[in-house]
Design a binder for this molecule. Sequence first.
Ligand SMILES: *[C@@H]1O[C@H](CO)[C@@H](O)[C@H](O)[C@H]1NC(C)=O
Ligand SMILES: *[C@@H]1O[C@H](CO)[C@@H](O)[C@H](O)[C@H]1NC(C)=O
Ligand SMILES: *[C@@H]1O[C@H](CO)[C@@H](O)[C@H](O)[C@H]1NC(C)=O
Ligand SMILES: *[C@@H]1O[C@H](CO)[C@@H](O)[C@H](O)[C@H]1NC(C)=O
Ligand SMILES: *[C@@H]1O[C@H](CO)[C@@H](O)[C@H](O)[C@H]1NC(C)=O
Ligand SMILES: *[C@@H]1O[C@H](CO)[C@@H](O)[C@H](O)[C@H]1NC(C)=O
Ligand SMILES: *[C@@H]1O[C@H](CO)[C@@H](O)[C@H](O)[C@H]1NC(C)=O
Ligand SMILES: *[C@@H]1O[C@H](CO)[C@@H](O)[C@H](O)[C@H]1NC(C)=O
Ligand SMILES: *[C@@H]1O[C@H](CO)[C@@H](O)[C@H](O)[C@H]1NC(C)=O
Length: 768
Amino acid sequence: MAVRVHSSLMTLLILTMFCFASTMGQSDNYIIHMDLSSMPKAFSDHHSWFLATVSSLVQSPNPKVRAKATITPTSSKLIYSYTYVMQGFSASLSPSELEALKNSPGYISSMKDLPGKVDTTHSTQFLGLNSNSGAWPTSDYGKDVIVGLVDTGVWPESPSFNDDGMTTIPSKWKGECEVGIQFNASMCNKKLIGARFFNKALVAKNPNITISLNSSRDTEGHGTHTSTTAAGNYVVDASYFGYAPGTASGVAPLARVAMYKALWDEGRYAADVLAAIDQAIIDGVDVLSLSLGFDGVPLYEDPIAIATYAAIERGIFVSLSAGNEGPFLQTLHNGIPWAITVAAGEIDRDFGGTVTLGDGVSIAGSTLFPGNPSLSKSPIVFVGACNNTVELKKLSPSDIVVCEDKRGTVSNQIQNVRGANVAGGLFIVNSSYPYFFIFTSFPIIFLSPADGDTIKAYIKNSSKPTASIQFRKTFIGSKPAPSLADYSSRGPSPSCPVVLKPDILAPGTLILAGWPQNIPVAVVDSHKLFNNFNLLSGTSMACPHIAGVAALLRGVHPEWSPAAIRSAMMTTSYTRDSTNSPIKDIGNDYKPASPIGMGAGHVDPNKALDPGLIYDVMPQDYVNLMCAMNYTSKQIQMVTRSSSYNCSNPSLDLNYPSFIAFFSSNSSDSPTVQEFYRTVTNVGAGGSTYTAEVNPMEGFKVSVVPDKLTFKVKYEKLSYKLTIEGPKQMKQTVVSGSLSWMDDGGKYVVKSPIVATSLSSKPLTPKA
Ligand SMILES: *[C@@H]1O[C@H](CO)[C@@H](O)[C@H](O)[C@H]1NC(C)=O
Ligand SMILES: *[C@@H]1O[C@H](CO)[C@@H](O)[C@H](O)[C@H]1NC(C)=O
Ligand SMILES: *[C@@H]1O[C@H](CO)[C@@H](O)[C@H](O)[C@H]1NC(C)=O
Ligand SMILES: *[C@@H]1O[C@H](CO)[C@@H](O)[C@H](O)[C@H]1NC(C)=O
Ligand SMILES: *[C@@H]1O[C@H](CO)[C@@H](O)[C@H](O)[C@H]1NC(C)=O
Ligand SMILES: *[C@@H]1O[C@H](CO)[C@@H](O)[C@H](O)[C@H]1NC(C)=O
Ligand SMILES: *[C@@H]1O[C@H](CO)[C@@H](O)[C@H](O)[C@H]1NC(C)=O
Ligand SMILES: *[C@@H]1O[C@H](CO)[C@@H](O)[C@H](O)[C@H]1NC(C)=O
Ligand SMILES: *[C@@H]1O[C@H](CO)[C@@H](O)[C@H](O)[C@H]1NC(C)=O
């Protein structure tokens, strides 16, 4: 068959020689689903069939240029032919070629390529911290587990990619270290075991584009950060200019990293992302971490949903970022039932400095000023709102100014103080000020109103008030922690509301991880500052934490399915903070965080190793869900690629470790009782009895039948029914509670969140 394809290609090339350059203009990139069962027997494989299909799309002549047939070499129309992620290919097609393709045998559907979105908040200059501080299982965990990331590439020289202590690469690994610009095969090692890059769709879309670095090398920093967060090796004396000092490491320090670069400074396209995930599956990764997403698409048009279904069918665990569109409800992306969707939280570390007043009193505040570590004893002046620039400019260059603005215009204050020629600034602010202000290139510190009062009183009383400042302080153990970050996107999932999303909370704010040596992390006095580590915030940073935990769990329980690993993390997560109060939502006035924002709770890797019971899910269960969502068989096939699944058992009630019930906000005749059926598998040792305990929900009656489950042996499965009875008219938007199964030995608590909501249960439909 190769010969036949070849000859048709030859014909086209010859034709092309008689033609002038393309006059088609309107070509665009499409992702095309094909039915492999329609492949003519003559083709040896799907690649040659796809190529021949695309080659046959001779554009119907444009009336104005009828004399010259306009054909470009069709081999360049085919961008990627996919193997696992979907049955189909991507191609650059003109409108008439697309029409012609629709009449080709085996054509199912097509969609325009989509731009993707990286999940780091606002700027790359947010700050966060490495959460691998002691509590995580050590060295052996994660060994030989391969974490694949689709991201912006890697900086292979990052010290986090050192392979000290790493054993030989697992023999199952089929990946490669692809040669490219400033990247050769010897840049991989026993830690960074693979690096490949995908930009054919980007180039097809923008034929004249210059790719700044055509290789797996990271020119942006995001991929170096996420990959070292998941599985970076130990690096001693890591810090961000003295902040967050210590030994840095990824969550699974001995796991392997494989980078699939599909996100480019120049653009990010679904067709490239699909190719990257396809290759990761072929290469043999165990865990996929994807800190990117596509907004506003139903599951069957979401490239991540489509590609990750193929991954989970092969036992690959998939961690996805929820997005940074919080705190607004229904903003989440990647609400995909077969993956884990990760929300971002803050942990118990703050970065800052201390202000020492002339009377010896010392006060701590927040800052990440990377310049001089200290500001010596200087006069200190209280200026109030700091809104009078003329007055500010009259101050002495040695003065430290104190600003307080009760109306929350701290950004203007900072700007005014920067514009005045003074030594530094102290800003009295309420706790919920935007984090990026602490990435300052000028010596400033943010103080609480209480500490502000102390300083104001001291200035008032003193004839010659002075202060000195020490920067580069890291405060561990700040309370309460964790909390849900305001930017973390909230559910319910627009694409699949009936499965509660996000699933879990992980550290996302101010995360310290690896960074390219040649990309500045800060600027002080117009000098660029460089560092091997950077502090970033976003659900992009939370997602690789969960990928790292999954690598640890995979190492311990190689027999667990992706759904079992997810269940173990969710049911053992915790919902109380360090003050033993419910975890708070920074985006909702520090009120208790809802599962709509944080999922089941904050991940606890040590507990997840031994969850007692798991909620397992088989691929057919996801199909049953899509059937009940009324997807057409064509739409289901776009996800499953296979017609071997059928809709004989539709059910919206997935065997998931969480519950979401929809009630009407309208006193209509909609049902007020909702039932959920669940089956749990005993993964604890031997026999045990579990008893159900429901954390009640105001205005709702929740019951569990049976409320006792007695397991005789390991791997035994038992089922129960949970019933939620609600009011005819639900007044609140979201009410939550939980169900815990407690074993009589007192060892296990298997907890699931329960949400009742008056939001819509209708999944979004494709854009017209
Ligand atoms: C790869 O690049 C490095 C750094 O430029 C160089 O030292 C090394 O010799 C190269 N290796 C190969 C195999 O080309
Ligand atoms: C690309 O470059 C070619 C040759 O330089 C030019 O003719 C063409 O108009 C350019 N196309 C675009 C889309 O800029
Ligand atoms: C990038 O490199 C690959 C192989 O190294 C090559 O095939 C491709 O044409 C290059 N792309 C661009 C845009 O330079
Ligand atoms: C500065 O703010 C204060 C109070 O916040 C206000 O009374 C005053 O008018 C403002 N001055 C200027 C110059 O905007
Ligand atoms: C902080 O918030 C409280 C309550 O909203 C307000 O009374 C106070 O003025 C604020 N303080 C500052 C410094 O903005
Ligand atoms: C300031 O003076 C008041 C009395 O005027 C006194 O109560 C207070 O302790 C003094 N505070 C400081 C910081 O010296
Ligand atoms: C699917 O269609 C059935 C029959 O029309 C309808 O009752 C049901 O509500 C639909 N399900 C969803 C999730 O839209
Ligand atoms: C549908 O799938 C079920 C379970 O996989 C199987 O038992 C049944 O025979 C299938 N039905 C059809 C019509 O293919
Ligand atoms: C409430 O239900 C009635 C009847 O089903 C419908 O006409 C009305 O639009 C609904 N109101 C709201 C706010 O959904």
